[in-house]
Design a protein around this ligand. Structure first.
Ligand code: NAP
Length: 300
């Protein structure tokens, strides 16, 4: 597939390094970002800037979107000057944002009516996974279209699994987020408990991180919590968006998710404190307050 121009819409925290990895794999890249200034860095590195999602689709048989939420994907795909107005015959939209499975299926249907295809391909692995090209990518859509696009995914990710038809990529991502939210909350509780007991927090993490309690959240975010580093790889307000999507889907299926609902409420406390743009690891601020303990490395 190299030589195929790839379109990339949404150059935020995740989109920029993902697009950069496509250029590293020698794909010609056409980019669009709502805030045009954010496309400048990639343009200087060789990407061509387009003036609308429609133009991106006119110029590229494969278009990737990496924007925020369901209404944002609807806007860039189905809205005025959207991807759908320029989609090529047999063209593919790959949406890598995390959005609603239902909205995904509706967008796929609209594209099908115009002779295009859609893959929903949300990712896990955070900013660091995006930078290193090691994202986990869970893909929904037609198997043949997935196989055609596999080299594109391989430029950005490591674990790439076709999980079913349209919407199932997003369902799998919501499963991923139930696991992430519960695990992260457990990391916060564990560190606050350890702090109150007078433990050395760095030694505690070192001692447990490679055993049965080890997790990506503990290894990557635990040390940041202890250092008081709340810079975002993944913003708390986006985690809240994902938890909202999970709880909406669960309500429709009558599946109780008490643990996930609790974490959603704890993040609401963080947002109420004006910290929605901090990284998800800032959840420990809420637990610190509840326990009346600092949970930081000595001297921090
Ligand atoms: P971000 O830094 O906030 O970037 C969002 C991007 O979407 C920006 O380029 C923004 O454009 C664009 N956008 C939003 N609404 C738009 C609209 N209505 N029309 C056009 N463009 C719009 O967020 P991110 O962290 O990269 O996350 C992007 C997606 O990946 C989200 O669905 C998120 O849940 C998912 N995700 C994130 C991570 C992570 O660790 N960060 C991990 C896995 C999945 P402007 O520049 O103009 O605002």
């Amino acid at each position: 597939m190299p030589d195929t121009p790839i379109g990339f819409i949404g150059l935020g925290i995740m989109g920029t390094p993902m697009a950069r990895n496509l250029m590293k794999a020698a794909y010609p890249l056409v980019v669009y970002n709502r805030t045009a200034s954010k496309a400048q860095a990639l343009a200087q590195e060789g990407a061509q800037a387009a003036s609308s999602p429609r133009e991106v689709a006119q110029r590229c048989p494969v278009v990737i979107t990496m924007v925020t939420d369901s209404p944002d994907v609807e806007a860039v795909v189905l809205g005025k000057s959207g991807v759908i107005e320029g989609i090529q015959a047999d063209g593919v939209l790959i949406d890598m944002s995390t959005i609603s499975p239902q909205v995904t299926r509706a967008i796929a249907e609209q594209l099908r009516k115009r002779g295009g295809h859609m893959l929903d391909a949300p990712v896990s692995g955070g900013l660091w996974g995006a930078q290193s090209g090691t994202l986990a990518i869970m893909v929904g859509g037609e198997k043949g279209v997935f196989e055609r696009c596999l080299p594109v995914f391989q430029a950005m990710g490591k674990t790439i699994v076709h999980v079913g038809g349209n919407g199932m990529g997003q369902v799998t991502k919501l499963v991923n987020q139930i696991l992430v939210a519960g695990t992260l909350n457990a990391v916060c509780e564990a560190l606050v408990f350890a702090a109150k007991a007078g433990a050395d927090l760095e030694k505690t993490i070192e001692a447990v991180a490679e055993g049965a309690a080890g997790s990506w959240q503990l290894r990557n975010l635990g040390p940041r919590m202890v250092r008081g580093d709340f810079a975002p790889g993944f913003m708390a307000r986006l985690q809240q968006k994902d938890l909202r999507l999970i709880l909406e889907a669960a309500r429709e299926m009558h599946v109780p998710l008490p643990g996930t609902a609790l974490v959603h409420q704890l993040y609401a406390a963080l947002e109420a404190d004006g910290r929605g743009n901090e990284g998800t690891q800032a959840l420990i601020r809420v637990h610190r307050l509840l326990a009346g303990v600092e949970a930081r490395k000595k001297g921090e």
